[in-house]
Write a protein that binds this ligand. Structure first.
Ligand code: PGA
Length: 258
């Protein structure tokens, strides 16, 4: 079995101005030790307006936390008012870009086809996509989890090469667990993350399925992180609310010690 280094990502969503962002990243860097960063890759995903400030702090203080974004457009440039091109992000040393987050899908009408275009554009700009998938409570209750996840993966990854999928991250985020305090049980989370890996195996091959990193997201907190993050098919977490506190986010990253 390939050993996959966990990736724990903080999705700040539409929170914190650039002054507050600098404070949070500094506090986080004090809270983490060298051992933490050796064991776990960490990324933070501030709003676009904070990226340059956070990048400057990370570089000046040589903080080994990766910079991430929450979204981007798939086109390289042009008349797309309000959008941000992938190359604008890579120029800021952004390494990871979340795409297909359920809030983008539900509130902004993002489709699997849009997500697919974004995945390809992010890869082309030499960054790593964190492609999110996940079901609603109604879909879970109707027994449609497998169909829904497999469709999101098949359409989201259409035409993406095996090598690029090996390097990417897929985040399983049950929509009913996001921001609600209702975390999936470790067994439920593991079951769907195993399904994600089996789907990648089906669509590609064993080396790709072994290499792709799969995160769980949805109300992960310091108390729930250890059990979730030690499941065999879970290689990290995408964390919203708890990532806005340096202490809580650091405690999630230090799950091995807890
Ligand atoms: P949450 O958000 O941790 O606040 O549930 C997770 C996410 O939306 O990525």
């Amino acid at each position: 079995m390939t050993s996959r280094k966990p990736l724990i990502s903080g999705n700040w969503k539409m929170n914190l101005n650039h002054f507050e962002a600098i404070q949070l990243i500094q506090k986080l860097s004090y809270a983490l030790t060298k051992d933490d960063i050796e064991a776990v890759d960490v990324s933070v995903h501030p709003p676009f307006t904070d990226l340059r400030s956070v990048q400057t702090v990370l570089q000046a203080d040589k903080i080994p936390i990766a910079l991430g974004a929450q979204n981007c457009h798939w086109e390289a440039k042009g008349a797309f008012t309000g959008e941000i091109a992938p190359a604008m992000l890579s120029k800021l040393s952004v390494q990871y870009v979340i795409t297909g987050h359920s809030e983008r899908r539900q509130l902004f009408g993002e489709t699997n086809e849009d997500v697919n275009r974004k995945v390809k554009a992010i890869v082309k700009a030499e960054m790593t996509p964190i492609m999110a998938c996940g079901e609603t409570l109604e879909q879970r209750e109707a027994g449609e989890v497998e169909d829904h996840i497999v469709t999101q993966l098949r359409e989201g990854l259409a035409g993406v090469k095996a090598d690029d999928v090996s390097n990417m991250v897929i985040a399983y985020e049950p929509i009913w667990a996001i921001g609600t305090g209702a975390t999936a049980t470790p067994e439920d989370a593991q079951e769907v993350c195993a399904l994600v890996r089996a789907t990648v195996l089906d669509l590609y091959n064993k080396p790709t399925a072994d290499a792709v990193r799969i995160q769980y997201g949805g109300s992960v907190k310091p108390g729930t992180a250890p059990e979730i993050l030690t499941q065999p098919d879970i290689d990290g977490a995408l964390i919203g609310g708890a990532a806005l506190s340096a202490e809580d986010f650091a405690h999630c990253i230090q799950y091995r010690l807890r």
